[in-house]
Write a protein that binds this ligand. Structure first.
Ligand SMILES: Nc1ncnc2c1ncn2[C@@H]1O[C@H](COP(=O)(O)OP(=O)(O)OP(=O)(O)O)[C@@H](O)[C@H]1O
Length: 367
């Protein structure tokens, strides 16, 4: 029989020595500890993480166990249940109140793999347990219908109070709306300008997205009208920039990144994803050939003081998966899955850090 009694206050006090590694605050004051139940020599509680994609789950679990053993007693049996509740600054947002985070995916140059990265980050976040959607706003070449094997699918249109509503299609667990659903391939050219902007606005106002943790917006390459329409239509949680390590791609990526940093736009940049970082042949998985140069993405991230979220290798199966209408993340070689999973975790971490540190982005209003 123990000569002490376990108290909830003592448990919380012990756990208040555990710091959330990203947010740099203790997990009790962050309200991450819930449902503490006490036994004679045991304690069980839930830690609510800021994202299901949290790469530090096991670190936090270990620190909780250590804190109880150090501050209360080494004989205590500790059971830590992990769950998550993705954070948001979009509380009471007039547009899409059920969507916690809107993330713009941009690139400077075309063809650097922005859509491939968007699709696979979405699937990686979904696999971690998050609710994810994609808006394919790339009017010049909407590729989500192809990448998700949805070329013959159209969103369902239904009426609510006499108004037309659209239900995003759902493929591989991801809700998707694409400019490609609204226009026949080859006709995109007549869509430039205001029509494309109006279509994007409709994806926000007329589509039923329900509850989402992350809504990724695949933007056209470069900087243009669609980017401005986006930041005028909704407060964007943050933006990521996709680039290859190549000099010409980087020069354009600088412009893309600088756009979000402009004071009138002021969308937090969550980081850089470097795609096609190195070529790895399937038969030589340990070999890396830096055919587009090396270190460019990191250089860009350093120049703007933003994190490098990940490096995605150039792998034949990524191209094949995209053409075959299935996300490469789930099916192909381990290096592909690992690269996208680690980039998705880094992105989710940056969203959580951004939400804890910076207030809601303001929608851009043009005088
Ligand atoms: N890491 C990679 N490994 C192999 N192939 C890739 C990789 N990333 C992208 N690709 C392929 O490169 C091509 C261009 O990719 P994608 O369409 O994603 O680029 P993008 O930047 O969205 O282009 P744009 O916006 O100009 O239409 C596609 O065929 C895609 O499958």
């Amino acid at each position: 029989m123990s000569d002490y009694r376990l108290h909830k206050d003592a448990v919380l006090q012990a756990l208040s020595t555990v710091e959330e590694p990203d947010l740099k605050r203790d997990i009790v004051s962050l309200n991450m500890v819930r449902d503490v139940t006490l036994g004679i020599d045991s304690v069980r509680f839930t830690v609510v993480l800021t994202t299901p994609a949290c790469p530090l789950q096991e670190v936090i679990r270990k620190r909780c166990e250590d804190a109880i053993h150090t501050h209360i007693g080494p004989q205590i049996t500790v059971q830590v249940d992990m769950t998550s509740d993705v954070t948001s600054t979009r509380v009471n947002a007039p547009t899409l109140p059920g969507v916690k985070n809107i993330i713009a995916v941009a690139s400077g140059k075309g063809g650097v793999g922005k859509s491939t990265v968007t699709a696979n980050l979405a699937v990686a976040l979904h696999k971690s347990g998050a609710k994810v959607g994609i808006i394919d706003a790339d009017i010049y070449g909407p590729s989500m219908p192809t990448m998700f094997g949805a070329e013959d699918i159209r969103p369902r249109i239904f009426q609510v109070d006499g108004q037309n509503r659209m239900e995003p299609i759902q493929q591989f667990g991801i809700k998707i709306m694409s400019m490609g659903f609204l226009v026949d391939p080859g006709q995109a050219i007549i869509w430039r300008g205001t029509m494309a902007g109006r279509a994007l606005q409709q994806f926000f106002s007329d589509a039923d997205w329900g509850e989402l943790d992350y809504l990724l917006i695949d933007l056209p390459p470069g900087t243009g009208d669609i980017h401005l329409t986006l930041v005028q239509t909704v407060p964007v949680t943050g933006a990521i920039i996709v680039t290859t390590p190549q000099k010409v791609a980087l020069a354009d990526a600088v412009k893309g990144l600088a756009m979000f940093k402009q004071p009138q736009i002021n969308v937090p940049v969550l980081g850089v994803v470097e795609n096609m970082s190195y070529f790895t042949p399937a038969e030589l998985p340990d070999h890396q050939y830096f055919i587009f140069g090396k270190g460019g993405g990191q250089q860009l991230a350093d120049q703007f003081g933003v994190p490098m979220l990940g490096q995605i290798p150039l792998v034949q199966s990524i191209r094949e998966a995209g053409d075959d209408g299935r996300p490469a993340f789930s099916a192909s070689e381990p290096i592909v899955g690992e690269a996208f999973q680690s980039a998705a975790q880094a992105l989710a971490q940056q969203v959580a850090i951004r939400n804890s540190a910076v207030e809601q982005t303001k929608r851009v209003v043009v005088a």
